[in-house]
Design a protein around this ligand. Structure first.
Ligand code: SDX
Length: 432
């Protein structure tokens, strides 16, 4: 990076550039730099898109300094306390809270699209028994474009709606099938008389040999986690879905791309990484050693579940999940209570540490969620799959917003080229 400062040089000799400012309902204004390259011959540079708004959106608002998260304007705390995942899914998809009639019709549509094509189900026989669930989920979701090619006209509103209902309805079935393969048990078909999370629990944990009774605390905890994971503005996986979809690719493939992006440990894979980290730390006496490793620039170890690109205060979701942890462990048997106690202790140590304070590193959504999943009996490798189930409605909502945007353009960023200058080919005989 040079210390050179750039002086604008307009044709009329002026050195200022008027940039259109766009104002939103909430949050920072944006500078429209669309004409910058054409008029000034320069690009802007923002690796990781720390200060770049990639689109306009009506779906979710985050204020990272105040720890605010709104879904279509409604605070996530109010939705967590009063709503259900199916109602929140409707809100994110359609923009308004549903009437009782609209909610019943939407819920019924989701319930009647939970089954998989039997051919899709056979894919699971081709995976190794120990395949990572995210590998199976992303593969099978991608294969949906091979089954529903008759309703993939992205310009057809009816096709867009049936895609949305199908993929939201089928994600739990696909995730449960992956889990059943991992545990060597027979696949359990969905039941349309069960609600979304009850159906998911039954597909995961029922076996043909005995009746399965749904634990209402488990169903409530899972429904809350799905609400809290439903959407989060232009995060890595959602931006991936928007970018893949911007080429006009079919929506199932765009969602499969989002699932792949979510799998990374810096993103949705963090919940799995948190549990592995807590298990590795083992006891409170080891916390100082691991906090020191997290602070050591030469050590790649990071405190998983801590820090966030946007939240420089508490992630409101982490606060809500921490409360739910207490309830789940109290009511479902606390074999993992020591793990929760360790997480609470680690949080307290980190929050008092000058490094974490200075860098505004707080627990994020992934720090406590894994403790609840584990208390519900969900294996660690399936934690990101749970995240994907909740986030599918956010991905679908953003895909629909992108694909219906007037004047939509394919996403195609530029670069700063730092490679070799132009040079001529050298025959192999002449190379040294
Ligand atoms: C999710 O974007 C979203 O909205 C994501 C998400 C969603 O709902 O979609 O909220 C879900 O992905 C939550 C984040 C889950 N990931 C983790 O918990 C992994 C651990 N966290 C870090 O990898 C990191 O904090 C990120 C990836 C979350 C954020 O990365 P940034 O914004 O690029 O920040 P950074 O890596 O530049 O960190 C800033 C500083 C750095 O130090 P300096 O270079 O300034 O000296 O903070 C340090 C980092 O080294 N730092 C950490 C740390 N996180 C950041 N140091 C130790 N432990 C950590 N966890």
């Amino acid at each position: 990076m040079t210390n050179e400062t750039y002086t604008l040089n307009n044709a009329d000799g002026s050195t200022s550039l008027e940039l259109p400012v766009k104002k939103g309902t909430l949050g920072p204004d944006v500078l429209d730099i669309g004409k910058l390259y054409r008029e000034q011959g320069v690009f802007t540079y923002d690796p990781g898109f720390v200060a770049t708004a990639s689109c306009e959106s009506d779906i979710t608002f985050i204020d990272g300094d105040k720890g605010v998260l709104l879904y279509r304007g409604y605070p996530v705390e109010q939705l967590a306390a009063n709503s259900s995942f199916i109602e929140v899914a409707y809100l994110l998809l359609y923009g308004e809270l549903p009437t009782a009639t609209q909610l019943a019709a939407f819920d019924n549509s989701i319930r009647t699209h939970t089954m998989l094509n039997e051919g899709m189900l056979r894919f699971f026989n081709g995976f190794r028994y120990d395949a990572h669930p995210m590998a199976m989920i992303s593969a099978v979701v991608g294969s949906m474009s091979a089954y529903y090619h008759d309703t993939m006209d992205v310009n057809n509103p009816e096709h867009r709606e049936i895609f949305a209902h199908r993929i939201i309805a089928k994600l739990p079935t696909i995730a449960a099938a992956a889990h059943k393969l991992n545990v060597g048990q027979p696949f359990i078909y969905p039941q349309n008389d069960l609600g979304y999370t009850e159906n998911m629990l039954r597909m995961f944990f029922a076996v043909p040999a005995e009746p399965y009774e749904i634990n209402p605390v488990a169903a409530q905890a899972l429904d809350l986690l799905f609400i809290l994971h439903a959407d989060h503005e232009q995060n890595c996986s959602t931006s991936t879905v928007r970018m893949a979809g911007s080429s006009g690719a079919n929506p199932y493939s765009a969602i499969a791309a989002g699932i792949a992006a979510l799998w990374g440990p810096a993103h949705g894979g963090a919940n799995e990484a948190v549990l592995r980290m807590l298990t590795q730390i083992g006891s409170a006496k080891n916390i100082p050693e691991y906090v020191a490793k997290a602070k050591d620039k030469d050590d790649p170890f990071r405190l998983m579940g801590f820090g966030h690109r946007v939240y420089k205060n508490f992630d409101p979701r982490a606060t809500i999940i921490r409360k739910m942890c207490h309830k789940v462990l109290d009511q479902m048997g606390g074999k993992d209570a020591p793990l929760f106690e360790l997480a609470l202790e680690l949080e307290q140590v980190a929050l008092k540490d000058p490094y974490f304070i200075e860098k505004n590193l707080y627990p994020n959504v992934d720090f406590y969620s894994g403790i609840i999943y584990r208390a519900l009996g969900i294996p660690t490798s399936m934690f990101t799959g749970m995240f994907a189930i909740g986030r599918t409605v956010g991905w679908v909502s953003h895909w629909q917003e992108m694909i219906t945007e007037p004047g939509r353009r394919i996403a195609r960023p530029r670069q700063l080229y730092t490679g070799a200058p132009e040079r001529n080919y050298i025959a192999v005989a002449d190379r040294k």
